[in-house]
Design a protein around this ligand. Structure first.
Ligand code: PLP
Length: 371
C-alpha cells in the first residue's frame, strides 16, 4: 500500500470512531459561536469599516511588521490597548493562536520549566511542544498538584512559567488566579493568562479577569493574551506584557517576524470595538449576558459563565442529539475528543447577549425531551 493510501485509511478510521470532522455553514439560532456580545454583527463596526476603507485605509499590510507592514492602525491599536488593559506594552498578532504559540515557543529558555493546566488551549500546548523548556502538566484547577509541581520542578535560578486560561473554553469554569499567584509567589514565576473567553466580558468594563492582579503586581510576572475574534467580534490576538518581554517577542518570535502583518482594517476595528465595549453599551450587553448566564446556571448547573458544557459522554450519542437539535432550528455542535478529554463528548452551549431568555428556556425544554 502506498504511503498516500494512509491518508484515506486515516479518514476511514476517524469515521468509524465517530471522530470525523466536516465543515457546516451556520444555520439556525446561534448557540455555538463566541460572539458573546454581538460585536461580529455590530452596525457601528460595519460603518467604521466602510468609512475607513472609503477614506483610503489599505486593505492588506503587504509585509511583515518589521518591514513595511507596520502601519498606523497597528501602532494606534497597540497604544490604545496598552492603556485599555493597563499594560506597559502590547503586541498585536493575526490570531490568538499565533499569539499564544509565539509566547511559548519564544520566551521560555531551555533552563526553564513550564507548568500548565491540563485543559489549556491547543495553541499553548503546541507552543510548549515547540519550546526548548520542559513542560509539566497539572490536573485542571488542582492547586495541590500545582504546588507539588512547583516544589519538584522549580528552583530560584530558572524561570517557572505557569499557563492557564482565566475562563476555560470547553468547560466554562474559571481559574483560581489569586490562589495560583499566592502559591507561585515564593518561586521565580511568570504567569501566562489566556483571557480569550473573558476579554470584553469580565473584569472592570470587560478588561479581563487578571486586572485586579495586574493592579497589585504589575506586568513583570504576568502576561495576558486577549483574543479579538470572540467577544471583541473582529480577529487577532493582543499580548499584554512588560516592555522587555514585548521587545523580546519583536526581536525573536518567529510567528511575528516571518508573517505578514494583520490587515490594517482588522487592527483598526479591534480598536473601535474595544472602545465601544468599554462604554455604556458594553455595560448593557454584559448585564444582559450575565442574566442569561444565571438562567443557564439554573437550567443546566455548571459554573455560571457564558460557556455551558452539557456533557453527554459518548461521541455517537452527542452527535445524534446535536443533529436533532439542529433539525429543530438550534445551531449547536457536538464537541468530541481530542478537543475535550476521552468520554466527555459534549454540547457546548454558548450564550450571547442578544439571545432571549425565552429562547434559552425553549432550548432547555427541547433538549430535555431528547434525553
Ligand atoms: C482559550 C483559547 N485561546 C486561544 C484561542 C485562539 O484564538 P484565535 O481564534 O484568535 O486564534 C482560542 C480559540 O478557540 C481559545 O479558545
Amino acid at each position: 500500500m502506498s504511503a498516500l493510501e494512509d491518508f484515506k485509511t486515516g479518514l476511514e478510521t476517524l469515521k468509524k470512531a465517530e471522530r470525523y470532522r466536516s465543515l457546516n455553514l451556520a444555520d439556525g439560532l446561534d448557540l455555538t459561536s463566541n460572539d458573546y456580545l454581538g460585536m461580529a454583527q455590530e452596525p457601528f463596526l460595519r460603518k467604521c469599516a466602510i468609512q475607513a476603507l472609503e477614506n483610503g485605509l489599505d486593505i492588506g499590510a503587504a509585509g511583515s511588521r518589521l518591514l513595511r507592514g507596520h502601519t498606523k492602525s497597528h501602532a494606534n491599536l497597540e497604544e490604545f490597548a496598552a492603556n485599555h488593559f493597563n499594560a506597559p506594552k502590547t503586541l498585536y498578532f493575526s490570531s490568538g493562536f499565533q499569539a499564544n504559540y509565539a509566547i511559548l515557543m519564544t520566551l521560555p529558555s531551555r533552563h526553564d520549566v513550564i507548568l500548565y493546566d491540563s485543559l489549556i488551549h491547543a495553541s499553548m500546548r503546541d507552543g510548549i511542544q515547540a519550546s526548548k523548556a520542559k513542560g509539566f502538566k497539572f490536573a485542571h484547577n488542582d492547586l495541590n498538584q500545582l504546588e507539588d509541581r512547583l516544589k519538584k520542578h522549580s528552583n530560584s535560578k530558572q524561570l517557572c512559567w505557569i499557563c492557564v486560561e482565566s475562563l476555560y473554553s470547553m468547560d466554562g469554569d474559571f481559574a483560581p488566579l489569586d490562589n495560583i499567584v499566592e502559591l507561585a509567589k515564593d518561586y521565580n514565576f511568570v504567569l501566562i493568562v489566556d483571557e480569550a473567553h473573558s476579554t470584553g466580558i469580565y473584569g472592570p468594563h470587560g478588561k479581563g479577569l487578571s486586572q485586579k492582579l495586574i493592579e497589585k503586581l504589575g506586568h513583570e510576572r504576568i502576561i495576558t493574551v486577549h483574543t479579538c475574534g470572540k467577544a471583541i467580534g473582529v480577529a487577532g490576538g493582543l499580548i499584554c506584557a512588560s516592555d522587555f518581554m514585548i521587545q523580546t517577542l519583536i526581536n525573536k518570535a518567529r510567528p511575528f517576524i516571518y508573517s505578514t502583518a494583520p490587515m490594517p482594517l482588522q487592527a483598526y476595528l479591534v480598536q473601535k470595538s474595544l472602545g465601544f465595549l468599554s462604554g455604556n453599551e458594553g455595560d448593557i450587553r454584559r448585564t444582559k449576558l450575565f442574566e442569561l448566564c444565571e438562567r443557564a446556571k439554573a437550567l443546566f448547573g455548571e459554573a455560571g459563565s457564558q460557556i455551558v458544557p452539557i456533557i453527554l459522554g459518548e461521541d455517537a450519542k452527542t452527535l445524534e442529539i446535536a443533529k436533532k437539535l439542529r433539525e429543530k432550528g438550534y445551531d449547536i455542535r457536538a464537541i468530541r475528543p481530542p478537543t475535550v478529554p476521552e468520554s466527555s463528548a459534549r454540547l457546548r452551549l454558548s450564550l450571547s447577549s442578544y439571545l432571549l431568555v425565552e429562547q434559552l428556556n425553549s432550548f432547555a425544554d427541547d433538549f430535555k425531551k431528547l434525553t
